[in-house]
Design a protein around this ligand. Sequence first.
Ligand SMILES: [Ca+2]
Ligand SMILES: [Ca+2]
Ligand SMILES: [Ca+2]
Length: 465
Amino acid sequence: MLTAAMATLLFASCSDDDEQVPGTVGISTVEDSYEEGAGTVAVTITTTEAYDMDVTVNYEVSGTATSGEDFTALSGSAILLAGETTIEQSLVLIDDEDVEPSEALILTITSTSNTQDVIGSNSSVTLTITDNDSYPFENGILVSHEGNFGQGNASVSFISNDLSDVQNGIFKSVNGVTAWGDNAQSMAFNGDYAYIVMNGSQKVEVVNRYTFESVATIGGPSKADFLNPRYMAIANGKGYVTNWGDGSNPDDDYVAVINLESNTVETTISVVEGPERIVVKDNMVYVAQQGGYNQNNVVSVIDATTNAVTTTIAVGDRPNSLQLDADGNLWVISGGNPSWTGSETAGQMDKINTTNNTVASTLNFAETEHPGSLEVDGANLYYYMSGSVYAMDAKSTALPTTSEITGLSFYDMAVIDGKLYGVDAKNYVSNGSLEVYDLTDNSLLTSKEVSIIPGGIYYNGIAER
Ligand SMILES: [Ca+2]
Ligand SMILES: [Ca+2]
Ligand SMILES: [Ca+2]
């Protein structure tokens, strides 16, 4: 602040003789940082001595800010009138609509027409021009919606991080389409891109994650790329998408591998029945084999450098969610077989050591308990069971005996940075809701109406500038 705030008087001189006394010239602004919408900024050029004649002060314009784009072109000189010690130059900032990093604008006095003048230590000022633009869908929560099968009304909603603003149907509104497709099942992210897995439409929609402008469509109903695609993760620079194939055929299930440069499926990896959720650690791809329309009970491990299934790890029946903790352990929740299968089994939570891909510990639920929606946030694990959310320290050796929040009706949930986000699909034909709880005191922060069958909840951060 200080350097730009005031011209420092290097010396004050008094003289009685007739010669023009040299002045010390400087340049300053009131602030050293301005938002690009600030309008006109006064740049003050000073001299310590008034002159008998007009003196031209020349200055150079440099820095990362672009003349004509970030500010109106400056003349590069100003005339100090005879008898005056200051002159103001107007710097006009341009309020554009580009999302951009902060820019530097440097004004440096290079010479004056009075050759004896001293160019003082305050002869240069560096201004920071800060941006006032943002992308429409950064720093908030994205919710994917299945919609109703055959209606083309899958959708994605954006909820601002302060939970004040909800925009539904953002793919359709941004891209000007009326019917998008069926069953936005899940989303994955890589760099600036979001990948929306559309189960019913047998496609993956690629968008810019911050603008939601369409980038590419991979697959589609008439193509053979995907068959019942479910979830996607990124490993070794490729996209891995789980596919059930025909949900009643146990022998046609696979993971499709997407080349993220060309947005094409470049190979497939055959796996056992019902590949569902998928996570990645160090190029090792872990696939929960829930079983499709049937039941399965393993996690497949794929080496993303060879695309070979290196091992399968036995867990509980119907592994429905899996997460890595801060120590690199893989936690898997298996719901157990539900009673309608006729062979009901208990839920189970397994901790897998990812250095040797073996089960390190197992926690067993009661036979009629069927947990799901495992989440990790910091040192805590969270899961959902029978309308309640449970929390557990990842170091704990026993399941929690009491729940955190009860009376819920979540279709799925996510825990992000101390907040619980749960989606309620209501009656599956009208709009559902997103409920947000503060996990420090388990209070309900807000409930927002979203769209039909909300399923996936994701944090979309702030884009790099
Ligand atoms: Ca600008
Ligand atoms: Ca801008
Ligand atoms: Ca199948």
